[in-house]
Design a protein around this ligand. Structure first.
Ligand SMILES: *[C@@H]1O[C@H](CO)[C@@H](O)[C@H](O)[C@H]1NC(C)=O
Ligand SMILES: *[C@@H]1O[C@H](CO)[C@@H](O)[C@H](O)[C@H]1NC(C)=O
Ligand SMILES: *[C@@H]1O[C@H](CO)[C@@H](O)[C@H](O)[C@H]1NC(C)=O
Ligand SMILES: *[C@@H]1O[C@H](CO)[C@@H](O)[C@H](O)[C@H]1NC(C)=O
Ligand SMILES: *[C@@H]1O[C@H](CO)[C@@H](O)[C@H](O)[C@H]1NC(C)=O
Ligand SMILES: *[C@@H]1O[C@H](CO)[C@@H](O)[C@H](O)[C@H]1NC(C)=O
Ligand SMILES: *[C@@H]1O[C@H](CO)[C@@H](O)[C@H](O)[C@H]1NC(C)=O
Ligand SMILES: *[C@@H]1O[C@H](CO)[C@@H](O)[C@H](O)[C@H]1NC(C)=O
Length: 399
């Protein structure tokens, strides 16, 4: 900043000059790209994919920090990939409007993901809404001709990226996962709202895998599958202040699908309210050999409102009963803490630790847990689970 020497009588003039200079420098330090200037139309019908792609190419090539602006309106997009590396580390995607998938689910249904960010370092998505228009595909999957349906696209994917912030985004009716974070570092998701029908298949709210230092906070997720699912290779994950329901709860796993797998370490899940979900907090592993693990996991300050299976470790996952029956999970589960978990279960078994006979769960800690079933004491069941109980724990633990 230029220093201007003036005597006291001129301090007002000096202030005006300084303010003028600093806004001028903001102007030259940043560039802005409005998708409408590149031919985007928020009319709900015109395909705006090319306009978004061009706005990205410009923002990514800018050596100054860059804002891509999406004004109010409904923008139709086909599958689109925003690739880095970029020339700057400060791209802001400011969205006042909504982005909508084509109504024909076949257009994006064979792509792994609809909106993809790849190899990006330093980016923020601010606001906006993404409508995956998934209902027709869910119905296809639920019909007698389901073998002909495409798998469906994840709505928003970040892959091999770092220093990413997603703030105040809304995601509706995804064909598959709503948000996927894969191969990333330093990702912050806050104020996310996910909404899809409770009977929509595989519509996980957020899926994280092969990533470190991911934070998911202050979000509300209601969907047909897991609110949040955590795959192999995740470390230093923090999940806080989430409301989950409808949905299948928060799940670490499925782990151990492959023989060689990177483990899951240092995951904290706290201040979560589950309402009428199928599971609450779950760790799930395939019942077959693997060298993976899950360790240093904390579940804290959790409320269960009429949850089907509030606390679950299931190491015998074998969905189609192929390739695993009769085998034991190789995943080593250790150091899992459950602290201050209160509420109601809609089944009698509120705590189920079904661990691997060859790799028992060790270092499980239950502290201040109170779960009831129909206003009465619920039950806990354990197989191959070891650990300790601290404070008040109801149902009586079976460790
Ligand atoms: C869109 O998806 C198809 C696969 O369905 C893929 O071949 C194509 O490269 C994708 N386009 C973009 C821009 O990602
Ligand atoms: C699938 O079909 C069943 C039976 O017709 C129905 O109850 C259910 O709601 C349907 N699910 C979806 C996602 O359409
Ligand atoms: C973790 O990510 C946050 C942003 O989400 C960042 O502020 C912090 O510096 C990162 N920590 C490390 C150790 O990289
Ligand atoms: C928790 O998240 C909700 C949004 O789901 C937000 O309104 C609320 O302020 C957050 N609470 C705290 C303590 O940050
Ligand atoms: C665990 O992860 C948190 C971020 O969620 C991080 O701050 C902390 O340093 C990590 N602990 C260890 C031992 O790596
Ligand atoms: C268990 O996990 C807690 C919290 O992540 C950590 O502080 C502690 O060091 C771990 N203990 C062992 C024995 O690994
Ligand atoms: C468990 O309850 C005791 C007694 O109310 C309290 O002192 C302790 O802080 C609680 N621990 C947790 C982790 O909530
Ligand atoms: C649960 O039990 C309490 C006290 O025993 C009673 O006041 C309450 O009405 C019961 N609630 C239900 C839903 O049965």
């Amino acid at each position: 900043m230029a220093i201007i020497h003036l005597d006291n009588n001129h301090s007002l003039l000096s202030l005006i000059l300084l303010v003028g200079l600093s806004s001028w420098s903001t102007f030259v330090d940043a560039s802005s790209y409005n998708v409408v200037d590149f031919g985007g139309k928020g009319d709900g019908t015109t395909d705006s994919t090319q306009a978004f792609q061009t706005a990205w190419t410009n923002a990514c090539a800018s050596t100054k920090k860059a804002t891509i602006y999406v004004p109010r309106g409904r923008y139709c997009l086909q599958n689109v990939t925003f690739s880095g590396p970029c020339k700057n580390k400060a791209i802001i995607f400011r969205i006042d409007g909504s982005m909508e998938a084509p109504s024909d689910y076949l257009v994006i249904g064979n792509s792994a993901a609809w909106v993809v960010f790849r190899h990006v370092d330093g980016m923020t998505i601010l606001g906006g809404s993404l409508d995956g228009k998934g209902a027709a595909l869910w119905a296809c999957k639920n019909s007698s001709y389901n073998a002909l349906c495409p798998t469906g696209a994840t709505t928003l994917e970040f892959s091999n990226s770092k220093n990413v912030v997603v703030n105040n985004l809304k995601s509706l009716n995804s064909q598959m996962f709503h948000v996927a974070i894969n191969g990333c570092e330093n990702v912050m998701v806050k104020g996310l709202r996910v909404s899809a029908s409770s009977n929509s298949p595989n519509t996980d709210g957020i899926h994280v895998q092969s990533s470190s230092n991911v934070t998911i906070i202050n979000s509300k997720i209601g969907t047909g599958d897991d609110c949040i699912s955590v795959g192999p290779g995740v470390s230093n994950l923090q999940i806080q202040n989430i409301s989950c329901g409808p949905g299948h709860g928060i799940s670490i796993g499925s782990l151990g699908k492959d023989v060689k797998e990177i483990g899951v370490q240092n995951v904290t899940i706290k201040n979560v309210v589950f309402s009428r979900t199928e599971n609450g907090v779950r760790i799930k592993t395939w019942g077959k050999p693997s060298n993976g693990f899950a360790t240093d996991i904390v579940f804290q300050h959790i409320v269960m409102n009429n949850v089907h299976n509030p606390i679950v470790i299931d190491q015998n996952y074998c969905p189609t009963h192929k390739g695993c029956p009769g085998q034991a999970s190789g995943i080593k589960i250790s150091n899992v803490t459950y602290q201050d978990i209160q509420g109601t279960s809609t089944t009698k078994v509120a705590i189920m630790f079904d661990c691997s006979p060859t790799n028992p769960c060790i270092g499980i800690k239950l502290e201040n847990v109170s779960l009831t079933y129909k206003n009465q004491t619920a039950e806990a069941r354990c197989n191959n689970a070891r650990g300790i109980v601290v404070g008040q724990v109801q149902p009586t633990a079976c460790l």
